[in-house]
Design a protein around this ligand. Structure first.
Ligand SMILES: CC(=O)SCCNC(=O)CCNC(=O)[C@H](O)C(C)(C)COP(=O)(O)OP(=O)(O)OC[C@H]1O[C@@H](n2cnc3c(N)ncnc32)[C@H](O)[C@@H]1OP(=O)(O)O
Ligand SMILES: CC(=O)C(=O)O
Ligand SMILES: [Mg+2]
Length: 356
């Protein structure tokens, strides 16, 4: 355990100062692409104009015999592309794999100045983050980087979930955590075969109305991921880092994808992964507060004055606590609107309408 006094000291001579705050930048969708896939790589400059985060994936979904090509592809793409405001992230291979050491050495050395965040899969506990933390400091020092790279963990092992609070606080580099429902299901020995989303067999049923146990009993499908997402959100909030829902593998089912993303948004997540271009706009819509909610929140803040006491607005009691919730919505809306004129106009129009 490091002393709190040492927490912000660089872990290698010549490495940049560790961050004291995680920069808050839009990250409604983390869009995955395989940098070794020429068709996908060709789309990167256009995707950079409409995504918050582009992530060059080197881990699962990249075939073993394409790992080197993916790594080399990411280096070329990062060097050749102007990403504008869009962040560039990568997901390296897992810490027990034969590729991860070369992934980290190559990427930090070649494109450490272009990368914002390195996603680490299959994190089991704080020890995994400590290993990456020190190695990154050594590589940053050698590459002469002036800004520290941030680290994002995927929550996709049973022990990772059991240790999620210590993972979230393991390093000042920790930027956030994503749910990894596919590997997590396997690690827990859940009996699902899907990548995220629900399952029709996971349900509750209303009580029987008479002797017939089959008659008139409605069933309600439940969310398999509620417990883990809620726990991840708390672990992130208590450590000042950002929680994300991960992938939704049924690309065709854009309706259920939107539902799953919205559940995560309402529970506190700031974004989700998009695996296919059709999921980009879903994430953008869901993880931007709605104009109606923003207008309402602005009205509550205005009517609550200094934010203390209680008032009635349209039959609903508002007090110090509801103002805090409204501020969360308005702060997010303002951050997103600052780089999105269309969203800014929609928020202002809804605010004018509610005032009239
Ligand atoms: C559990 C986990 O770890 S999840 C994270 C790991 N998984 C991933 O990263 C998967 C990323 N996504 C993909 O590999 C692909 O989207 C697939 C395999 C799911 C589907 O790919 P395809 O069968 O090519 O889909 P589809 O035919 O609808 O694609 C349409 C076009 O979009 C492109 N495209 C598809 N996905 C992406 C993407 N993620 N980024 C950029 N372009 C993409 C295709 O190359 C195709 O291009 P074209 O019109 O020039 O031919
Ligand atoms: C996201 C991920 O890697 C998983 O679900 O396994
Ligand atoms: Mg995984």
């Amino acid at each position: 355990m490091r002393s709190p006094k040492d927490f912000f000291a660089p872990l290698a001579v010549g490495a940049p100062q560790p961050p004291r705050q995680i920069p808050v930048r839009p990250s409604r969708m983390i869009h995955f692409f395989d940098p070794g896939n020429e068709k996908m790589a060709a789309k990167v400059p256009d995707l950079a104009k409409k995504t918050d985060v582009l992530l060059g994936n080197l881990e699962d979904a990249v075939r073993a015999d394409r790992k080197e090509a993916a790594r080399a592809g990411l280096v070329s793409i990062a060097k050749a592309t102007d990403f504008g405001r869009t962040q560039l992230w990568t997901r390296v291979n897992s810490l027990d794999s034969p590729w991860v050491l070369d992934d980290l050495i190559t990427l930090v050395t070649e494109i450490g100045d272009k990368l914002d965040v390195i996603m680490i899969p299959k994190v089991e506990g704080a020890q995994d983050i400590h290993y990456v933390d020190r190695l990154l400091a050594q590589l940053e020092a050698r590459a002469g980087l002036t800004e520290p790279l941030l680290v994002h963990a995927i929550l996709e092992t049973a022990s990772g979930v059991a240790n999620v609070e210590e993972i979230a606080g393991a390093s000042p580099r920790m930027q956030g955590i994503s749910l990894g429902p596919a590997d997590l299901a396997a690690s827990r020995r859940m009996k699902t075969t899907r990548v995220g989303g629900g399952h029709p067999g996971y349900l509750v049923r209303t009580d029987p109305v008479g002797e017939d146990l089959d008659e008139g009993r409605t069933t309600y499908q439940q969310d398999l991921w509620h417990y883990t997402v809620a726990r991840m959100v708390d672990a992130c909030a208590m450590n000042g880092i950002l929680p994300y829902y991960g992938p939704f593998g049924d690309i065709r089912d854009v309706v259920a994808c939107e539902d799953q993303f919205r559940n995560a948004f309402l529970l506190g997540c700031v974004g989700a992964w998009s695996l296919h271009p059709v999921q980009i706009d879903i994430a953008k819509k869901v993880f931007s507060p709605s104009p109606a909610d923003v207008a309402w929140a602005r009205r509550v803040i205005a009517e609550m004055g200094d934010g203390t006491g209680a008032v009635m607005i349209d039959g609903k009691m508002q007090d110090d606590a509801s103002v805090k919730q409204c501020r969360v919505v308005v702060e997010l809306a303002d951050e997103l609107a600052a780089t999105d004129p269309e969203l800014a106009a929609a928020y202002d129009a809804a605010t004018k309408e509610i005032q009239s």
